[in-house]
Design a binder for this molecule. Structure first.
Ligand code: XMP
Length: 527
């Protein structure tokens, strides 16, 4: 077992997933309970997660120094590295430059002999663990890592060597090989860090376990369905089906488990993309013989959003309205349970762990009023999007649904900066359709590509006349889970076609811009 101490990282669960994927049992614990749990469970390794705090902060989460003396290998990630340094009286300081996103890591010391590197390449799948493992075995000399930090370690603690640097931080990785305690400033768990899995795999070998790559398979999915069947019995259940990947997979899992006892409710909020309702009807009613109820609630949502411009307030207003409509509908079906397609990033970004910061209130998390008398069923609550897609394809859901781009619960409202009106929605819907169609025509597969109504009016000229029109931003993202993302390097020609089409076919718009931000520090959606 590997214990992960969660200091409030957005990615603590992602670290746990990566370690699970390497065949190990994982337990995520809070720093306050960590020592007791470590003593009780005697893990083979400990990982300190990152976190938003500063080790010098007044209420920063901390752990007793004795953890460093237990003889159990430790890997500190980001805040975890800073905490190890702080506990060992080394200097941690606000960095001259805060770093968010990609950086080039230079490995300067491979702590073990080069021989070990040649012995085996890739990730171990069988055999005994190697004795002689370095944290950077089987990585390149120089590679891209993802950073997200303000503070940094100025110089490593006594008996620690610097293992890697970047242009801006001297101690990007450090280690005390004898004690098997390591710290890295970057995030190996996010997919954009090259060799991230290799580094975690190396750490597991340092812990004396053999990493074995695991896959989601049909037996696992059958087990999920059995669990749902067992827990729901003969209950009447409703699901909130949005037509997106998550709610589709969640609803189908429950449909497979309890059949007729599930009614899926699709609430047409008026905040959906062009053509959404039709696709849903076609696929689910016809292919799966599921009971689906389409509820037209457009006016209710627009009313709830009237005059609301602050992003969190919008999310709350939408969440509330969803719940109100669902509550009303659920009464018709005498249901006691509600299925939601909540996935793990929704949970963590809505403040899922004790020390993590709230980034956004995902509308489908924790919004049920106490007196609603509906118990949530969230079969995908511990999974990431790519895992949900895998489960969906094991269930036989066609690619047309599985490969659909994620669409946020609050819909186009969080892609409109400023007031959500029928007019703004109409403009955005048209521009968005153009972006998606052109990406599809070009044949590029992306995590998401969409248009954003920026709410910025600028001066333009049309037919020799001054116009004062809207600005549309194009957001196109590469990612494999929702925790980190890079903007897609779309060909100029494609951007040009989109831009021309938008300003021609949507006359209210006279300017189109391309969003070139990574996550972090930006999020994928604008609100
Ligand atoms: P952010 O903007 O947080 O988005 O970087 C990460 C991914 O999550 C989607 N998203 C949501 N999904 N309910 C959802 O089900 C929500 O409230 C929500 N907000 C964002 C977003 O589209 C992206 O893929």
């Amino acid at each position: 077992m590997i214990i992960i101490v969660d200091f409030g990282s957005q990615t603590a669960h992602l670290i746990s997933r990566r370690v699970r994927e390497l065949g190990q049992t994982v337990m995520v614990v809070e720093p306050e309970d960590a020592i007791a749990r470590i003593k009780e469970l005697n893990p083979q390794g400990i990982i300190f997660s990152g976190g938003p705090a500063s080790v010098y902060g007044k209420d920063s989460p901390i752990i007793d120094t004795q953890v460093l003396e237990l003889g159990i290998p430790i890997l500190g990630i980001c805040y975890g590295q800073q905490l190890i340094s702080h506990l060992l009286k080394a200097k941690v300081k606000p960095g001259d430059k805060k770093e968010y996103g990609p950086a080039t890591l230079q490995v300067i010391a491979r702590p073990r002999s080069g021989k070990a590197i040649l012995e085996r390449t890739g990730i171990a799948s069988e055999g005994a663990p190697r004795n002689d493992v370095g944290l950077f075995d089987n990585t390149a000399e120089e590679f891209t890592v993802w950073m997200s930090h303000g503070d940094e370690v100025k110089s490593p603690p006594e008996k620690f060597k610097i293992l890697a640097t970047t242009k801006t931080i001297p101690v990007a990785a450090m280690g005390n090989e004898k004690e098997k305690i390591y710290g890295i400033q970057f995030h190996p768990e996010v997919i954009h860090t090259q060799f991230g899995e290799q580094i975690l795999s190396n750490f597991l070998e340092i812990c004396g376990v053999v990493p074995i790559k695991q896959e989601l398979d049909p037996v696992f999915v059958e087990g999920l369905i059995d669990d749902i069947r067992e827990s729901l019995g003969q209950e009447k259940v409703i699901s909130a089906l949005s037509g997106g990947v998550d709610s589709s997979v969640a609803s189908l899992l429950v449909h497979k488990a309890i059949g007729e006892n599930l009614t899926s409710i699709y609430i047409d909020s008026g905040l959906m993309r062009e053509g959404e309702t039709d696709i849903l009807r076609d696929v689910f009613k016809e292919n799966y013989d599921m009971k689906i109820e389409v509820v037209d609630a457009k006016d209710e949502f627009l009313k709830a959003l009237d005059g609301v411009t602050e992003p969190e307030a919008k999310r709350m207003a939408i969440g509330r309205t969803f719940i109100e409509v669902l509550e009303r509908e659920s009464k018709k079906y005498k249901a006691n349970f509600l299925v939601q397609g909540t996935i793990y990033p929704d949970v963590i970004e809505s403040k899922g762990s004790k020390h993590s910061e709230k980034i956004k209130s995902h509308h489908n998390v924790g919004g049920l009023p106490e007196d609603m008398n509906l118990t949530l069923v969230e079969p995908l609550r511990t999974f990431y999007k790519d895992e949900v897609r895998k489960i969906g394809s094991i269930l036989g859901i066609p690619d047309a649904i599985i490969k659909r781009q994620p669409f946020p619960g609050p819909g186009l409202a969080v892609r409109i900066v400023g007031p959500v009106t029928e007019e703004n929605l109409k403009i955005l819907r048209k521009a968005d359709k153009i972006v998606r169609d052109e990406i599809e025509n070009y044949g590029i597969e992306l995590w998401q590509a969409f248009a954003v109504f920026t709410g910025i009016k600028t001066t333009g000229v049309r037919g020799d006349q001054r116009v004062y029109g809207e600005t549309i931003a194009i957001r196109a993202i590469e990612a494999t889970d929702a925790m980190s993302a890079d903007f897609a390097k779309l060909p100029w020609g494609l951007l040009q076609v989109m831009s021309n089409r938008i300003v021609t076919e949507v006359p209210e718009v006279n300017r189109v811009v391309y969003d070139i931000s990574t996550k972090p520090p930006a999020t994928m959606e604008w609100e």
